[in-house]
Ligand binder design. Structure first.
Ligand code: GAL
Length: 681
């Protein structure tokens, strides 16, 4: 292999973190910019149009590797230098990407082992993107080399204010190099083979390992693969991608002037345990592609945004990518209305983002994403879409006072990647019980009530939360169980959803009446998981009203709690919903089924009331489709409905976006939003 430099010259310059960037530029507004698809004349026009649209940050170079390094070790960076000069002259800051998401064809041809292998043993080809193996030493060294060359050349370029490592880390590879790295990871986790054999339960089906080299990633196999092996491989894959990120980040940090370094997350992405990533990025950045055809999209986007705020520990985060209108990858892609574009962007700002960026600036004329919307469409700037872009850029400037402001939440929703992975392994009681379905179902009533929610990890600091909800926490280790129990012990309210507290960190089932770690807390315990027939099962409840439960049941028994709802039929007499008030004044709920949303709304309403938690606008319901979020001293009201909505709001408020004053009530137009500050009457 050629000698390649993997270090850069350290520079000492003042720190320029995300906070100093936003305090200088205000809310960030921008996009991915792929100038390599366009001529130099277009670049000049682009900068002029960006300025007119209020764009102040662009991400450059995400997919530029082949042009930056046309042959191994031969760099051609002058064109990028010209782009950065032009952007800087236009007053536009740059988030400079390392291009490792899409290695050039020469790499995979010359070093086939840099290409990922599927579980079926197929080595992926170039011709698309993201075909790399995250464990390939050649690929990793080459990634560091191009990153180092970019840092050496551009770290002190005044346009470069942020670094963007790779793009949407989310690859999985089953090759032998990954196998060897997996073995190393397992040695670090377990120390001895005996411990690994215990954790993996390898006496089952004669799977015992007598040498580390016998261990492989889960690959095509005749039948079900060991669930703990699969779980650990997921953990390993996330850590391996993180290691790729951190080695590039460290290189950039060493050689750059203190600009913040990050990469773009993908919401509740199945491949990455973002709790482990969160502290490694200088700013949490996320890509959210809400589906304009999905009426649930506002709730889903809000949940993802609240996750980002949780990952950021409440600090501001950045919406790195969203679509300004249609995407090309959904089969049937509806464009967004101007109202949806604006609402989606403002939703992120309301929920703690200090910037709203898009994919991408100019709509590609060629390539796989030529039907992906962009801030400048094929038809050019004289379009409804581009006028929306300009108007939104202008209105964001009126919101600069929210920069750095926080959203205060008294409710936490608990989410854990290992638990998600383990809960959805095949060969469980039902594949119909899905963790994300439960997350959204428990989140929805809080969203509707305008109650601020932080997404937290089960081991996170729960001290500030009066209501903690774990919609489906299958896997809970003992310290996390103590953490959750602590909520009730200090007088708070804990709600546990179905199939929670089932397994330990190795995904071994906890023996005894379930949920073993919480049965005393919820005042009841179970002995059998009973997925329900398609017709569901009737449940009696004086408190909630009778209802039909679907998908999931559990054979529970009442101990010293209350049965808030009780199954009939095959589970006759078994509590479906348990509650127990503790001596501390705290309260624990266990919902051992999937109630209709309206019943879950009532359960969450009661739990919130017990915790003394009310919505941003008080205890009453918000009008349908209206979202209310208080960020700092700004109250955001967003109406996703196609009709007007009136929101009662005592006092006089001024809308920062339009300067309109409201006294006692706010009239929201269809797909409209306001950002209100209180005024003394
Ligand atoms: C993102 C990706 C972008 C672009 C976009 C299209 O996942 O980071 O590069 O492909 O999707 O929606």
């Amino acid at each position: 292999m050629d000698q390649i430099p993997t270090h850069v010259t350290p520079r000492v310059e003042p720190t320029r973190g995300f906070g100093s960037l936003t305090s200088e530029l205000g809310l960030l507004y921008g996009c991915d910019y792929n100038p390599e698809q366009w001529s130099r004349e277009v670049w000049v026009e682009d900068v002029a149009l960006m300025r007119a649209a209020g764009v102040n940050l662009v991400t450059v170079g995400v997919f530029s590797w082949a042009l930056l390094e046309p042959q191994p070790g031969e760099f051609d960076m002058d064109w990028l230098g010209d782009v950065l000069d032009l952007l800087h002259a236009g007053g536009i800051a740059v988030d400079l990407a390392t291009p490792s998401a899409s290695p050039p064809a020469w790499m995979g041809v010359r070093w086939p082992e840099t290409r990922a292998v599927t579980a079926d043993g197929v080595r992926l080809s170039h011709g698309s993107r993201n075909h790399f193996c995250p464990s390939s030493s050649v690929y990793r060294e080459r990634s560091l080399a191009i990153a180092g060359a970019l840092v050496d050349r551009f770290a002190s370029h005044p346009a470069v204010r942020m670094w963007h490592i790779g793009n949407e880390f989310g690859q999985v590879c089953h090759c032998d190099q990954c196998g060897a790295a997996f073995q190393t990871w397992l040695r670090a986790r377990y120390g001895t083979l005996d411990e690994l054999n215990r954790a993996w339960g390898t006496t089952f089906w004669s799977q015992c390992y007598f040498d580390w080299t016998e261990i492989i990633p889960p690959r095509a196999a005749p039948y079900l693969v060991n669930p703990t092996q699969t779980l650990d491989f997921r953990r390993f894959t996330s850590d391996q991608l993180l290691a790729m990120y951190t080695e590039q980040r460290d290189l950039v940090r060493t050689g750059s002037s203190g600009a913040c370094v990050t990469t773009n997350f993908m919401g509740f992405h199945h491949l990455n345990d973002y709790w482990r990533w969160a502290s490694e990025v200088d700013v949490i950045a996320d890509d959210t592609y809400g589906d304009p055809a999905d009426s649930d999209s506002p709730v889903r986007q809000a949940l993802a945004h609240d996750l980002m705020r949780g990952l950021a520990g409440g600090a501001p985060w950045l919406l790195m990518e969203q679509a300004v209108s249609a995407v090309p990858w959904r089969g049937h892609n509806l464009p967004k209305t101007p109202g949806q574009t604006r609402l989606d962007s403002l939703r992120a700002i309301a929920r703690g983002a200090d910037g709203s960026c898009f994919f991408q600036w100019r709509q590609s004329a060629f390539g796989s994403e030529r039907f992906h919307s962009a801030l400048v469409p094929h038809a050019g700037p004289d379009t409804r879409l581009h006028r929306t872009v300009r108007a939104h850029g202008a209105e964001l400037r009126r919101l600069d006072r929210v920069v750095g402001a926080r959203v205060a939440a008294r409710v936490a929703l608990v989410f854990d990647w290992s638990s998600w992975w383990a809960a959805e392994e095949p060969a469980g009681p039902s594949t119909r019980l899905r963790v994300m379905d439960q997350m959204i179902a428990y989140y929805r009533p809080l969203w509707r009530a305008g109650i601020a929610v932080d997404i937290v990890s089960p081991g996170g600091d729960l001290a500030g939360y009066d209501l903690v909800v774990a919609p489906q926490l299958f896997l809970v280790d003992d310290p996390d169980a103590r953490n959750l129990r602590g909520v009730v012990e200090r007088g708070g309210v804990l709600v546990l959803g179905p199939f929670s507290g089932v397994a330990d960190a190795d995904a071994h089932i906890r023996l005894g009446r379930f949920p073993v770690q919480f049965a005393d807390l919820v005042g009841g315990s179970g002995e059998e998981y009973c997925p329900l027939p398609d017709a569901g099962l009737r449940v009696r409840s004086a408190e909630l009203g009778d209802f039909t439960a679907t998908v999931w049941g559990e054979r529970l028994r009442l101990d010293d709690g209350e049965a808030v709802a009780t199954f009939t039929g095959d589970l006759d007499g078994s509590p479906a919903v348990l509650r127990r008030r503790a001596a501390s004044g705290g309260e624990a709920w266990y919902v051992g089924t999937v109630p209709p949303q309206s019943v879950l709304d009532a359960i969450m309403g009661r739990a919130a009331a017990s915790a003394g938690v009310v919505g941003t606008l008080g205890p009453g319901p918000l009008p349908d489709d209206v979202e209310a979020v208080q960020r700092g001293d700004v109250l955001f009201l967003l109406n996703a409905a196609d009709e007007e909505r009136v929101v009662a709001l005592p006092g006089v408020h001024r809308d920062l976006l339009t300067a309109v004053r409201y006294n006692g009530a706010v009239l929201l137009g269809p797909q409209d939003a306001v950002a209100l500050v209180a005024e003394t009457a």
